[in-house]
Design a protein around this ligand. Structure first.
Ligand SMILES: CC(C)(COP(=O)(O)OP(=O)(O)OC[C@H]1O[C@@H](n2cnc3c(N)ncnc32)[C@H](O)[C@@H]1OP(=O)(O)O)[C@@H](O)C(=O)NCCC(=O)NCCS
Length: 170
């Protein structure tokens, strides 16, 4: 493994193929059946809130975020987050989550939602959504539905079905 510098940058179109390969490697074809994927495919992620880690010009990790609404609330849905196997446990996952949260906060997003492991995301500011408060288009283990509140009341106002923000006019 090279020790050359890792930098973090907003996602750009030239990163698309590498990000797709990283997500295939991390999640396999099963990712297309996930609830979060179903929401993202309704309108796509927002590159302005999505970031990559780069080493020697190569994408070694990626995080994406997608604007969603639920009831009267709005949020960013964080994910997928994936790090190339040779680069795991070097803090890149945590760093990308931090950058994503900072960007969300700076843009006035009231909350960030995700489906993931609480032992990993808990120390990064996420907590479990109260059981039954939110529904996704596919079943999700309620223990893995997590929220990070960025503005006071931003988590509580999220209720009901989580949909892509572009679907609000339906
Ligand atoms: C999960 C993932 C993004 C973490 O990225 P990373 O850069 O390796 O993680 P970091 O360096 O920020 O943190 C490493 C720590 O997180 C822990 N960790 C990793 N995955 C974890 C999980 N699912 N639950 C709890 N802890 C986890 C590691 O054991 C390590 O602990 P340590 O610091 O005590 O050694 C990465 O392992 C990955 O791409 N996994 C496959 C895809 C995936 O599961 N993504 C998350 C979907 S919600």
């Amino acid at each position: 493994m090279s020790a050359s510098l890792v930098t973090y940058a907003p996602e750009a179109p030239e990163h698309d193929a590498a990000i797709e390969a990283i997500n295939e490697e991390a999640f396999g074809p099963g990712r297309f059946a996930r609830a979060a994927y179903k929401i993202r495919e309704a309108g796509g992620h927002d590159a302005a809130f999505s970031f990559v880690a780069l080493q020697d010009g190569e994408v070694i990790a990626s995080v994406r975020q997608t604007p969603v609404v639920a009831g009267k609330g709005r949020a960013l849905l964080l994910g997928p987050l994936a790090v190339r196997p040779d680069h795991k446990s070097q803090g890149h996952g945590r760093k990308l989550v931090g950058i994503a949260l900072d960007a969300a906060r700076a843009a006035g997003a009231p909350a960030v939602l995700l489906v993931g492991d609480e032992p990993y995301y808990g120390p990064l500011g996420f907590r479990k959504v109260p059981r039954g408060r939110l529904t996704l288009p596919r079943p999700v283990d309620p223990e893995r539905l997590l929220v990070c509140e960025l503005a006071e009341g931003g988590a509580e106002v999220l209720a009901g079905e989580v949909i892509h923000a572009r679907q609000t006019s339906r």
